[in-house]
Design a protein. Structure first.
Length: 409
């Protein structure tokens, strides 16, 4: 039953809003019932984001104590309300520094309704080049990815976290989408599950590799709808506690900005099943809407992209072993580039494939092809990035490429 009593106006000068911490009693972290542990263990072990194939809830809970804590920033008065493991909190700095990147001047996006009935979405307000920053945002709420208490307590945490934020922030949170039916969970839990984005904090996991992994709510970036061939990706910077939204393809003013909610290399039917179970929608992106005849080709292309790196010789091996055909490396990367472009999957190592092709031609002393592919690799990077500068230098003088002509013939 939905039961959240919303904090209508948390006092601005309250203890909560000042960033001080209040510790949850350790005895609340006692292991929950066995069936609950077994269910959590199975979920966490199979979650690729957590990389914890041996997760054990009881072990994770041992000595775990949480605190509420407001993160404050050097460059803004905004605050982030967090629920953190006490040990994790003790490792974070008092003030988070400014983000390493910032979006260009002027409005870069708007949040509005599109034509395709996905509810609200994020739309580009100006043209954005590949690698361009669309938005940079601090989270409003951060909680551990695994809150190691019984699920019925979750709503109490979210209510307490909202009490630590301004009334405007709370109102904005309450307007976020909720894809979960009331019978399944409380509204606050539904909003968290619909909108939170996985982030990793700058703390060691030690015996609990899942410990640094958290979920964050970002009021603007959480509005991005899903596409199975997204034109943008998230880039989390743990040092400044900021999330950037980066263009994967040139985006024109007015285009919808999309990200991938589920791994794009699984088949169309698996993607749709995951989206339905996690976010309760039937995907209507342009890739899902392709005619059925193209679906099996698309599934095969995505599977091939997932395995491509495993089947490749390393660049060094290819350089030094003349029995490996000259084109063996370059052709495989070119095929990957073609598949990525056809499937709209620039999020899958597109830049690394372009680099590898340029490097292959550099090792073969092919000036023309080297420059062509190094330019493509450069153009995929943000214009003022270190990577773009290095590639630019090689294009200007190919022989400065460190392994120029290394391929044995
Ligand atoms: C994180 S919210 C995204 C913002 C949301 N559209 C809103 O109005 O705030 C996720 C929800 O957006 C909708 N959505 C996102 N991508 C979609 C897609 N490709 N096809 C259909 N619905 C989509 C679904 O209702 C999903 O549960």
């Amino acid at each position: 039953m939905p039961s959240a009593t919303m904090p209508s106006s948390p006092p601005r000068d309250s203890k909560a809003a000042s960033g001080s911490t209040s510790y949850l009693k350790r005895n609340r972290c006692r292991p929950p019932p066995l069936e609950f542990c077994a269910e959590m263990n199975a979920n966490i072990r199979s979650n690729p984001n957590l990389d914890s194939p041996y997760f054990d809830l009881a072990g994770h809970l041992e000595n775990r104590a949480y605190c509420f804590h407001n993160i404050v920033y050097a460059d803004t008065f905004d605050q982030t309300a967090t629920l953190l493991d006490v040990g994790v909190k003790s490792l974070l700095p008092d003030f988070m520094p400014s983000p390493p990147v910032s979006p260009p001047r002027g409005a870069t996006f708007s949040i509005r309704r599109g034509d395709d009935k996905h509810g609200l979405g994020m739309f580009a307000a100006q043209n954005v080049p590949v690698g361009g920053i669309i938005a940079v945002e601090r989270p409003m709420i951060v909680v551990p990815y695994i809150i190691a208490l019984q699920s019925h307590a979750e709503v109490d945490f979210y209510t307490a976290l909202l009490h630590r934020l301004s009334p405007d922030a709370v109102a904005n949170f309450m307007e976020l989408a909720n894809c979960k039916p009331a019978a399944e969970c409380d509204m606050l839990v539904g909003i968290m599950r619909t909108n939170s984005i996985g982030i990793t904090l700058n703390v060691p996991g030690g015996p609990h590799p899942e410990l640094p992994t958290h979920r964050g709510i970002f009021l603007n970036i959480s509005r991005c709808n899903h596409s199975c061939g997204p034109n943008a990706r998230w880039q989390w910077d743990a040092a400044s506690f900021s999330l950037s939204l980066v263009a994967l393809r040139p985006i024109e003013a007015g285009d919808e900005i999309t990200v991938a909610y589920v791994p794009p290399t699984i088949s169309r039917s698996e993607r749709r099943a995951q989206l339905k179970s996690l976010y309760n929608f039937s995907c209507r992106c342009e890739f899902c809407a392709r005619p059925a005849a193209l679906t099996s080709r698309s599934d095969a292309a995505r599977t091939e992209l997932e395995t491509v790196w495993k089947e490749l010789p390393s660049f060094e091996t290819w350089c030094l072993n003349s029995t490996i055909p000259q084109q063996a490396l370059i052709d495989v990367h070119k095929r990957a580039v073609a598949l990525i472009e056809a499937e709209g999957l620039e999020m899958l190592d597109y830049g690394k494939h372009l680099d590898a092709i340029a490097m292959g031609y550099g090792a073969l002393r092919d000036v023309e092809q080297f420059c062509e592919w190094a330019c493509r690799a450069r153009d995929f990077r943000p214009p003022d990035s270190d990577e773009a500068r290095v590639l630019e230098g090689w294009v200007a003088d190919p022989e400065t490429f460190p392994v120029w002509g290394w391929r044995r013939t």
